[in-house]
Design a protein around this ligand. Structure first.
Ligand SMILES: [Zn+2]
Length: 129
């Protein structure tokens, strides 16, 4: 890699990155590369902003819909939150070990959570909600 960059420094016309539309133009090629980099940075920032907004909206919804906290079937700690997101969407999430499950009622959500023991699911890495 180092050898190549040294070579391209000595013979810039041999570097394909210095061509724009088939014409040797290192200044223009550099400008385009910088512009592309700026666009990528901007789009990454926009994506993470949207993701942060979604994460916040979900967090707010959960805070509003916390139904009860009980013992987690997996880790045994009293860290299992059950949320009633809507009339037919109950969600259990352990704040400690991360196990989760959903159902149309609390009972079913809890059962699906228990069924997931040993699967090492963690809602923080992608939940049902
Ligand atoms: Zn747990």
């Amino acid at each position: 890699m180092g050898e190549w960059s040294q070579f391209f420094e000595d013979f810039p016309e041999e570097n394909p990155a210095n061509y724009v539309g088939g014409v040797f133009n290192p200044q223009e090629a550099k400008k385009i590369r910088e512009l592309q980099q700026k666009q990528e940075t901007a789009s990454r920032a926009a994506t993470s902003e949207v993701n942060a907004m979604i994460a916040k909206a979900k967090k707010d919804t959960k805070a509003r819909s916390l139904l009860l906290v009980e013992d987690c079937p997996q880790c045994g700690l009293k860290e299992l939150n059950t949320y009633k997101i809507s009339d037919k969407f109950y969600l259990c999430e352990c704040q400690d070990c991360g196990i989760y499950g959903k159902g149309v009622n609390h009972e079913q959500a809890l059962k699906h959570t228990s069924d997931a023991i040993g699967e090492f699911k963690d809602w923080r890495e992608g939940s049902e909600f």
